[in-house]
Design a protein around this ligand. Structure first.
Ligand code: ADP
Ligand code: GN1
Ligand code: MG
Length: 346
């Protein structure tokens, strides 16, 4: 670590470096470094370059978005901007080929892996709404895709079908019901594609743990995890909030009786997001928002199951059947959402 930390700081001030957070993709550390002003924390991250094949594109998007947000006096949240190396680079590639970066560590903040109350859902959705609102005027084509076809449901489905052809046989027989369940619902990918909704600068990972809250006031202070900010449709951000906020259990829950869409959380997140975005959405975007939850949840089931059938090459897993458990969980949530949405509008 010494070699890496020395790229960003005078190493003589090193105090400690500890693993931090619970993301599926990157490796995150809290780094404490002493300087003349005293010791202060930083966020050191190893960017997963198997997932993000062009790390420089990721950093350039983050830089552009940071610059755009910082130029807007009305943006009410903190902006996450990278801290350069001592010689001015946003990324450091170490001898092993890993990519490292540093962000300011926002103290007295807290993130939640699960929504605990409707109030939290409102507040996090309002934060993502503020983020979208502030980026509304940005020309999305200035951003480049950091993962090609990231939320392209048709492309995900086509890839899933390819994986079925070469899947690990034991795993394929284990997952027969889930494969059939996904294929039976897959027309939603075509339907959403046909909507041709406008491309915006979209966050694409609107989990509750990608909002930092003030530990004291419990108000949102910053939208983080900007690696997937790229052109996309509003259903991605609204849909991933529905997928991750409303689930009464986490996405790793095996007991499917605990997995369902919580109506009050759905209501709260809709209100929070629309409190910022209602006047900026086109009528088609506004009308289709609830469909985003179904679309994104099924897409996540496709992604988890493809990874299971390929032998767990993408998501970090804790045990052999983990991605199958996650698939079942997402399918159960999808079915619950389908029932819930039928009975109401937002
Ligand atoms: P991943 O892509 O692996 O999800 P994140 O960038 O979301 O990585 O960071 C993982 C966790 O680290 C977050 O959920 C949050 O708890 C914490 N975190 C990230 N950035 C900061 C920051 N600037 N200040 C304080 N905590 C942070
Ligand atoms: C990953 O990085 P993290 O854990 O916030 C994934 C998301 C998935 C999510 C599923 C770059 O998000 O797309 O929805 O896991 N990020 C990437 O939990 O693939
Ligand atoms: Mg994250």
């Amino acid at each position: 670590m010494k070699e890496i930390i020395s790229q960003f700081f005078d190493y003589s001030g090193f105090v400690r470096c500890q693993p931090f957070g619970s993301g599926h993709i990157n490796d995150t550390f809290r780094l404490d470094v002493r300087s003349e002003e005293g010791s202060r924390p930083w966020l050191l991250q190893r960017l997963n370059h198997q997932v993000f094949r062009q790390p420089d594109v990721v950093m350039e998007n983050i830089r552009l978005v940071g610059e755009y947000l910082s130029a807007q006096p009305a943006y009410p949240l903190l902006v996450l901007s990278p801290v350069p190396t001592l010689d001015g680079r946003l990324l450091h590639r170490d001898d092993a080929g890993n990519y490292w970066r540093v962000f300011p560590f926002f103290e007295n903040t807290i993130s939640f892996d699960r929504v605990e109350t409707p109030e939290q859902a409102f507040e996090a959705a309002r934060a993502f709404g503020c983020f979208s609102r502030a980026l509304n005027g940005m020309d999305a084509s200035r951003l480049r895709p950091t993962i090609p076809g990231f939320h392209d449901g048709l492309r995900r489905l086509a890839y899933f079908r390819e994986v079925l052809e070469r899947a690990l046989p034991e795993r394929l027989s284990e997952a027969g019901e889930e494969v059939a369940g996904i294929l039976a619902e897959s027309s939603i990918f075509e339907e959403v594609d046909q909507l041709r909704l406008p491309l915006r600068a979209i966050h694409h990972d609107t989990k509750i743990n990608n909002v930092l809250f003030d530990a004291t006031t419990r108000k949102a202070v910053c939208v983080i995890d900007l690696d997937t900010v790229m052109p996309g449709i509003i259903l991605s951000d609204f849909g991933d909030m529905m997928r991750t906020f409303t689930n009464a259990a986490g996405e790793d829950e095996q007991d499917l009786s605990k997995v369902f869409m919580q109506e009050d959380v759905y209501q709260a997140l809709s209100e929070g997001f629309l409190s910022e975005m209602a006047d900026l959405l086109t009528p088609a975007e506004r009308e289709q928002l609830p469909r985003g939850g179904l679309w994104l949840t099924l897409m996540q089931a496709v992604r988890f199951l493809a990874d299971y059938l390929e032998g767990d090459v993408y998501y970090k897993t804790a045990y052999a059947g983990h991605n199958l458990v996650r698939t079942r969980n997402q399918l159960a949530l999808f079915r619950s959402m389908k029932k819930g949405i039928k009975h109401r509008d937002i």
